[in-house]
Ligand binder design. Structure first.
Ligand code: ADP
Length: 689
């Protein structure tokens, strides 16, 4: 209801409010007047009746005194001239009715009963009457006085006909007047409301036009100086502000458009330049990629080219070592062998470093037994230390029953670098290697490796840069101890790759401690099964077995041939892949040792060709790659080409023997071509890279 009123047009609201207010006021005024009129009429009636009662009392006083009841009744009967009188009673002081009169309507009216015999009550009742007692008849009670004595009472009851008639008339009159007033009020209010609503409607109209046409030049016409006038002033001022702002905006927009046009031109220029730059950058990127590829290829080739002659040098020295030599000659040979080994280590370091720098170092996680990995790694260095007269303490704790998931090759590399340095930089005293697993949860632990020596120590200044590549404490270190300054840089990068940290504590002249912490996963060692003796190895007979060595370098051909023949193998040599294919087409070999990079046809191509042919015959000859390239890419290529295993150059007598025995077919004729064997071999390839 309220919301309907709120939503009404202001015009209607004002009309309703004026009409409502006026109507209420008029009704209240009429009601007051009506009550007043009613009371006046009632008083009038009452007075009249009282006068009649008093006159009647005077007239019946003699009749009471002389007990002339008929005379009193006649006097009362004279009241019949007043039609409103319903009944009249003359009552003696003892309460007895002395005479009475009832009009015809009084007789018909049942509630006109005889008065109470108690005079006091009658008088009291008469005095409480008022015009509000609509349901009651009018009653006048007057004492009859004779000779200063009350000799009775006159009671006259009358019907308030006048009153009712007046009321009815009044209501009809009021309704008529009200209707008239209502029409006049409506007429006036609909005119008057225009004084208020007119300007507001004008404002609304202007507002609507502005919002539809967006024309802020329009203004409202102010006609009064009241609040509405002030509102109009405010509204006009607001419109003026908007108009001014619009003009400013328009100006600004024009400016902006000019600026945008300028900027667009600039941007187009910049865009063109950028596009040119992108083309240049693309070219530069392609050049860089080509250069990077060339660098990788160069590294790969260099690795191959250096390893190949080194292989010959190391192989020959090893073979020479198995011949009769003088003490002096043997010493010289040992020096040549150790220099060759150092050179190999150097090449490996450079390759590793460039791989890490290029972000191509990928870790290969394997679950290993920490104790045996440590023992394998430390054993050769311990020998070196003992030869130097250094004491070595090794303590490995907390690894019982556990396998640790790490990249074993890289872990060995870290250990070797640290322990080798400790031995290298310690003249006397001891080296201690302490390792433990600090459990973090059921399957997670931190692997702690602490390598301590009593060597020359590292100065505080040098400690800050010791892990940077090509950094040594001072130039004299190279002269005195040798080295490239790459070992610790590689170690630090490997530790970081594994998610670990390396730190150093050292004091000049007192020694150093390198602490490595590597987070790793652990798993319980499976229950050890009693190792069954390698029957296949037992069943392998060297005598009479033929091995085809595919190698282009004459020196290496010699080395491999002599090494194998030393064990009793029969050896044929092919100078390249094509020759190998031809030779294997005419003869059957127990094993092929295949170099990878060769002129005419390389080892990959030759292997693919041999495997293709074997697909038709169903035969399988194991092929082991002999490669100087130990980068993952090349080893993967070997696997894809169909080779079974690889042997990195340079290899020792022991290594080539182990490899040959691993891949020779068993004596009973069953080829030792075990897929697990092959998988294991190729898993190892990732470790070597
Ligand atoms: P390299 O040993 O080939 O020079 P590293 O990176 O392994 O390269 O070591 C860098 C330098 O850090 C060494 O030249 C040496 O000055 C110092 N250094 C490394 N380990 C030790 C150590 N245990 N005691 C004293 N100095 C060390």
């Amino acid at each position: 209801m309220t919301s309907r009123f709120n939503d009404m047009p202001i015009k209607n609201k004002l009309t309703m409010m004026i009409m409502g207010t006026t109507t209420i006021v008029v009704i209240i005024a009429f009601l007051a007047f009506f009550v007043y009129q009613l009371d006046a009429t009632w008083q009038d009636n009452k007075n009249k009746l009282t006068s009649v009662a008093r006159i009647t009392g005077l007239n019946v006083a003699a009749a009471i005194t002389f007990h002339e009841q008929q005379s009193a009744a006649d006097t009362l009967a004279a009241l019949s001239v007043e039609p409103s009188v319903l009944a009249a009673f003359v009552i003696k002081p003892n309460g007895q009715i002395f005479a009475q009169y009832r009009s015809l309507s009084g007789m018909a009216n049942k509630h006109v009963q005889e008065p109470s015999p108690k005079i006091d009550e009658l008088i009291a009742e008469a005095s409480t009457e008022s015009f509000w007692s609509f349901d009651k008849d009018l009653e006048a009670v007057e004492p009859i006085i004779f000779d200063h004595q009350q000799i009775g009472l006159v009671i006259i009851r009358s019907q308030p006909t006048n009153l009712l008639a007046k009321t009815r008339w009044f209501i009809e009159f009021t309704a008529g007047i009200l209707a008239l007033i209502f029409i006049i009020i409506y007429f006036l209010s609909s005119r008057l409301q225009q004084v208020i609503s007119g300007p507001i409607l004008h404002l609304v109209e202007i507002m609507r036009t502005i919002s539809e046409q967006k024309n802020y030049c329009l203004r409202v016409k102010k006609e009064t100086n009241d609040e509405v006038g002030t509102l109009f002033d405010g509204f006009n001022e607001m419109l003026e502000n908007i108009e001014t702002r619009d003009k400013q905006l328009e100006l600004h927009r024009e400016n902006l458009e000019q600026q945008i046009a300028l900027r667009t031109n600039d941007l187009s220029d910049t865009n063109r330049k950028l596009e040119d730059m992108i083309v240049e950058l693309k070219l530069a990127k392609e050049t860089a990629e080509t250069a990077s590829k060339a660098k990788s290829e160069f590294l790969s080739n260099m690795s191959h080219e250096i390893r190949t002659p080194l292989h010959a040098v190391l192989g020959m020295t090893e073979l020479l070592d198995h011949t009769e030599l003088t003490e002096e000659q043997r010493k010289l040979l040992t020096t040549i062998h150790s220099a060759g080994k150092t050179l190999i280590g150097l090449i490996s370091n450079i390759l590793d470093f460039s791989k890490i720098e290029a972000g191509k170092m990928v870790l290969d996680y394997v679950a290993i037994d920490l104790l045996s990995t440590f023992n394998e790694t430390i054993a050769p260095i311990v020998q070196m230390a003992e030869q130097k007269g250094l004491k070595v303490e090794i303590c490995i704790e907390g690894t019982d029953g556990l396998l640790v998931l790490v990249d074993p090759t890289r872990l060995k590399q870290i250990l070797t670098n640290l322990i080798y340095n400790a031995v290298k930089f310690t003249v006397q005293g001891k080296i201690s290697v302490h390792s433990s697993l600090r459990r973090q949860s059921d399957n997670n632990a931190d692997l702690l490796i602490e390598v301590t020596d009593t060597g020359i120590g590292i100065s505080t200044d040098a400690k800050a840069t010791i892990f940077d590549s090509f950094t040594q404490e001072d130039g004299s270190t190279t002269r005195k101890y040798g080295g490239t300054g790459l070992g610790l840089a590689i170690t630090k990068k490997l530790v970081s790759l594994m998610g670990g940290e390396i730190s150093i504590e050292s004091e000049l002249g007192k020694g150093s401690t390198f602490l490595v912490i590597i987070p790793c996963q652990t798993q319980n060692k499976p229950l050890t099964v009693e190792a069954t003796p390698d029957c296949a190895a037992d069943r392998k007979e060297i005598k009479g077995t033929s091995i085809l060595v595919v190698e282009d370098n004459a020196d290496n051909q010699n080395v491999v041939r002599q090494m194998l023949e030393m064990f009793g193998f029969r050896v044929d040599i092919a100078g390249n892949g094509l020759q190998a294919c031809e030779m294997t087409a005419h003869a059957t070999y127990d094993l092929i040792l295949m170099d990878c990079q060769m002129p005419v046809m390389d080892g990959f191509e030759a292997t693919r060709s041999i495997r293709e042919r074997e697909r038709l015959t169903g035969a399988h000859t194991n092929i082991v790659a002999l490669t100087g390239n130990v980068v993952t890419k090349d080893l993967e290529q070997c696997l894809i080409a169909g080779m079974d295993d690889y042997l990195g150059k340079p290899f020792s007598l022991q290594e080539i023997h182990t490899m040959a025995m691993k891949w020779l077919p068993a004596q009973d004729g069953t080829a030792d071509r075990n897929d697990d064997n092959r998988d294991e071999a190729w898993q190892g390839s990732a470790e070597v890279t």
